[in-house]
Design a protein around this ligand. Structure first.
Ligand SMILES: [Zn+2]
Length: 308
């Protein structure tokens, strides 16, 4: 699957070369090419018209939502086509990114999740192997972690206005503290170098969709990295909720924030993001993660959480 000129049927390896060809050889404006020459993009499952916001999206978007993508891709009849579509997307991704996408990053892309990709690419050695062949280093691939079940003392940053309450959990005590990084952190002998940065939905979207706040956040991640801290950003909402949210008419959307998340994850090796499943209590997730400590730094937390 490549970029095809519908006028002469020639195929091109990159979008830029197709665009050059359309303008120079076909003497056609890109606007006309997309509006009048290329066929409308329709959802592969339902045939509904897909709203396209950019030229790039025309080639990558095949479904109006993630559920349609899963339903279509999981149908064995679509196996070959699904593989073509995923491979095309991953190849394009490899031009921009050097690390494989984690489960949370995959959610915000036009790709299915890790288990589905493993099925789709079974004959090629699975998802990570395809990433590696395309030049993206596999990351967060470990599935083993340790969990320390002994009594745990959790420090809660004093700036947290309505902190998680762990009091109902067995073997957990709470202490207010002034934390240098994150909002929650365990007291040794539990791993004190793993911190949880808790984000409400609004906070998540404003931090990661706005350039200035994203830069500010990145500087903090860098400082944490310099001091050997690992950050887990725990959003309070599920991924489907985040992906759907739009605040007013501004650029603060869940989709933009997830793009900011991907950028952060591609840049730093001391951070990952996790979103609770619908209806799952985020404080339970926080306690579990703090008990795991830095043993999770090569584990895909979102994958782990989605599996249970
Ligand atoms: Zn042509």
């Amino acid at each position: 699957m490549d970029y095809k000129c519908e006028i002469c049927q020639r195929e091109f390896k990159s979008l830029a070369s197709l665009h050059r060809h359309v303008k120079a050889d076909e003497k056609t404006k890109l606007k006309d090419f997309y509006a009048n020459i290329l066929p409308e993009k329709r959802d592969l499952l339902t045939g509904e018209k897909i709203k396209i916001n950019s030229n790039d999206q025309y080639w990558k978007k095949n479904f109006i939502n993630k559920d349609n993508l899963y339903s279509w891709m999981r149908n064995p009849e679509n196996k070959e086509k699904a593989k073509d579509i995923c491979y095309f997307y991953l190849k394009e991704q490899a031009k921009k990114f050097s690390l494989s996408f984690s489960q949370a990053e995959l959610y915000s892309s036009q790709l299915p999740d890790i288990d589905d990709l493993d099925v789709i690419f079974k004959e090629d050695g699975g998802y990570y192997s395809v990433c590696q062949n395309l030049g993206m280093s596999p990351r967060l691939t470990e599935r083993e972690f340790s969990i320390n079940r002994s009594p745990i003392e959790i420090m809660i940053d004093t700036r947290e206005q309505t902190p998680f309450s762990f009091r109902n959990l067995k073997g957990v005590s709470e202490t207010p503290a002034s934390l240098v990084f994150g909002d929650y952190c365990a007291v040794p002998p539990h791993d004190g170098k793993l911190v949880i940065e808790r984000k409400s939905l609004g906070d998540f979207v404003s931090t990661f969709s706005m350039k200035d706040s994203l830069n500010r956040f990145s500087r903090e991640v860098q400082r944490a990295r310099d001091e050997d801290y690992y950050i887990v950003v725990l959003c309070e909402e599920s991924l489907p909720m985040v992906a759907d949210v739009k605040f007013g008419a501004c650029r603060a959307t869940g989709i933009a924030a997830l793009a900011g998340m991907r950028q952060t994850m591609q840049f730093f090796d001391n951070i990952q993001f996790v979103f609770p499943r619908i209806g799952f209590e985020p404080s339970f997730l926080a306690e579990r993660i703090l008990r795991m400590g830095k043993s999770i730094q090569n584990v895909d937390l979102q994958y782990l959480h989605d599996k249970k």
